[in-house]
Ligand binder design. Sequence first.
Ligand code: NAP
Ligand code: ZN
Ligand code: ZN
Length: 347
Amino acid sequence: MSSSKGYAALSSTTPLAPHDFTRREPLASEIVVDILFCGVCHSDLHMARNEWGNSIYPMVPGHEIVGRVSAAGSAVTKFKVGDIAAVGVIIDSCRHCPACEKGEEHFCKEGPTLTYAVPDRVDGSITMGGYSNHYVVDERFAHTVPANLDLAAVAPLLCAGITTYSPLRHWKVGPGMKVGIVGLGGLGHMGLKFAHSFGAHTVQLTTSLKKKEDALKLGADEVVLSTDPEQMKAHANSFDFILDTASAPHALEPYLGLLKQDATLCLVGLPEVPPSISPFALITKRISVAGSMIGGMPETQEMLDYCGDKGITSDVEVIPVQQINEAFERMLKQDVKYRFVIDMATL
Ligand code: NAP
Ligand code: ZN
Ligand code: ZN
């Protein structure tokens, strides 16, 4: 056991506060990552406040981790001490079911092990996330980072990046398609960058008029204020694909109205209250409403390597860990530009 420190929620109603805990020693196939940066995902806020009803306390959130390898077990081949490693939302899985064998560990039939707030497969202890000084992880669930990228700006790729990259690839977003991104937050701004980079005509749908200039700079061909019925009407029945990253409860009908016949609205945002959908909104255009969750280990590495090739990273506001509660409050006010990242040297 090694002693660790981090920031934890002790209940759903208390602010995050300094917390000491222990981590187990690494196995032969595992590495110890000294955490340099950890992104702040809206899921951390949902989880810290038990908005999905499955939280376990004390909870150290954080699943957008970039750090330096400080120890490597005897069977580790991908990393050596001193290398940079990145860890995302899942840190283990059964490794033998059909999904795991395909490298889709996030769809593991026995359930993947999440980075925090679930029982560890090795010793049953509750996993503790990246708002902390180090992490112990099997090398299969850690990624290499292209050397040309800024490490603070890489951290959000491990969740916001792969969660938007994966569905855009799955639905084959590319040239000739008109694609909408709902919400310009952590996920949304990465979805915007990827859809633009894949060659689609990309439209940012936002409830925040003040984000228009930023959206254009981040790669939007057009920006639509989704609360303005006139602007929405001008785009009716014209989209091939829409990726919905909104974190708060919202009606889907206005976005379904934007889709062409046979087009897809893919949900990745996970509001506390699930949406209701009228079948009439679907049948009249044979529309699909789909969902997508992060991505498997091979696709996460593919995404990181793609970002290295294209020079894509997140737009980040680096904060000291002591400002985490303020960052949560700003996230709720949709005041994120466009991802908070904790500099773990401040711990
Ligand atoms: P975020 O940075 O807080 O961004 C969320 C954005 O949603 C806001 O900036 C806002 O953008 C938009 N929004 C908020 N309320 C809205 C409303 N009522 N109607 C329309 N848009 C609204 O959050 P995030 O970290 O990107 O996470 C977004 C969601 O994805 C969260 O629910 C999170 O838990 C979930 N998530 C899912 C996965 C997955 O695997 N599926 C992975 C990570 C996160 P505008 O100001 O532009 O309107
Ligand atoms: Zn996340
Ligand atoms: Zn499995």
